[in-house]
Design a protein around this ligand. Structure first.
Ligand SMILES: [Zn+2]
Length: 370
């Protein structure tokens, strides 16, 4: 175990003695021994704000997502394929980011999602943040004991292309150690904050034993359409309604158990599915299950396939955190191809509302949320 844990203040990058800990240095040495030097030397992005970064390298060559919508669909020299959509039709890999949250309200949000999943006899993937886990490890243990898949979502929730190789290793190893403390297992799935990855980040994450797990574009687009905890209107929107279309391609969705708004959005969707099961035949599963891959390093995988008939429509993505108190940011609409506006994350309240899909189309970067 490390000599000390990083701060719970997510505004602080991991620096100083925390980087010198053998937990980090031993893993970094391993990364440097197996990852091609040209990948490790890809320049870091410039950190501008929580949700905005500026790319400083060849964006086409180094495959940035979501800024340039580049997904590695096959392994390459030094990296593995990204996980971004369930391969089977009518299969929904459901995931929740940014928890466990620290106050009672948000704890109740996490719990409410878990209870709704239990009612439907389905499981999902929870990508947890180390700085939140350390404040309430019991929530993660409860999720684990309930049969939910636990994945890693860094310690500070900074966009990783802005971090040094050493910091990326630290973000993962401290979080991993804490999750192991809480559950006794080391995850194999990793979600980068804001989805912010390039080949440098990918190669480091992969070398440490994780699959880079993003989400399908369709799901991402849906995120932007949701503006209230009640998605009644959104369910009439083709973006979300398309999630439930018969025989639709498999997809991975992104949701957040970080605030009443974000959890309210996914709860509304799940309740809709529950109420319309007769018309919806969608298999809702954790991401590790739909990818047919072990969830944890010890090889364990809970392959419960809960065939909940669910669904009706299709498309994509998930509700993101966005808005309830939000101040919509349109920033990325004008971003250059090398500037990525990462929409904040649930916690960081606002931002997005508009981007995604078309931010990509115009090559502006707007990462997504979290
Ligand atoms: Zn996040």
């Amino acid at each position: 175990m490390p000599a000390q844990w990083p701060s719970t203040d997510q505004s602080k990058f991991i620096t100083g003695n925390l980087l010198a800990d053998p937990l980090v240095q031993d893993a970094l040495a391993y990364v440097q021994s197996v990852v091609p030097a040209d990948l490790l030397s890809i320049p870091t992005s410039t950190y501008i704000s929580l949700s905005t970064v500026k790319y400083n390298s060849d964006v086409a060559k180094n495959c940035y997502w979501p800024g340039t919508a580049c997904v590695r669909s096959a392994p390459g020299n030094g990296y593995q394929a990204d996980v971004y959509a369930c391969p089977q039709t009518s299969t929904w890999g459901i995931s929740f980011d940014d928890g466990p949250t620290v106050d009672l309200v948000n704890h109740q949000d996490s719990l409410a999602i878990r209870q709704q999943l239990d009612k439907m006899k389905i499981k999902g993937t929870f990508f947890v943040v180390g700085s939140n886990v350390i404040q309430n490890p019991q929530i993660v243990l409860d999720e684990y004991n309930d049969g939910q898949q636990i994945g890693v979502h860094t310690w500070t929730h900074h966009p990783l292309t802005t971090c040094t190789n050493e910091q990326i290793v630290a973000e993962i190893k401290y979080s991993e150690a804490l999750i192991y403390n809480a559950t006794g297992h080391v995850p194999k799935f990793f979600r980068p904050p804001y989805g912010d990855v390039d080949d440098r980040v990918r190669s480091i994450v992969n070398a440490l034993g994780y699959s880079v797990t993003i989400w399908s574009k369709d799901d991402f687009a849906a995120d932007q359409t949701t503006t209230s905890p009640s998605i009644a209107a959104s369910l009439e929107n083709t973006v979300i309604s398309s999630w439930f279309a018969p025989n639709r391609p498999g997809f991975i969705s992104l949701s957040h158990d970080i605030s009443p708004f974000t959890s309210g959005v996914i709860l509304s969707i799940l309740q809709y599915v529950q109420q319309n099961r007769a018309n919806i035949s969608l298999n809702i599963v954790p991401i590790g299950t739909c990818m047919n891959m072990p969830w944890y390093v010890d090889g364990s995988a809970i392959t419960t396939t809960s065939k909940t008939a669910a669904a009706t429509n299709t498309t994509t993505l998930l509700p993101s955190p966005t808005t309830i108190n939000a101040t919509t940011t349109s920033a990325s609409a004008t971003a250059s191809p090398t500037t990525s506006n990462v929409p904040s994350g649930a916690h960081r309240s606002a931002a997005l509302t508009l981007f995604p899909a078309f931010a990509f189309a115009c090559a502006c970067a707007a990462l997504a949320m979290l």
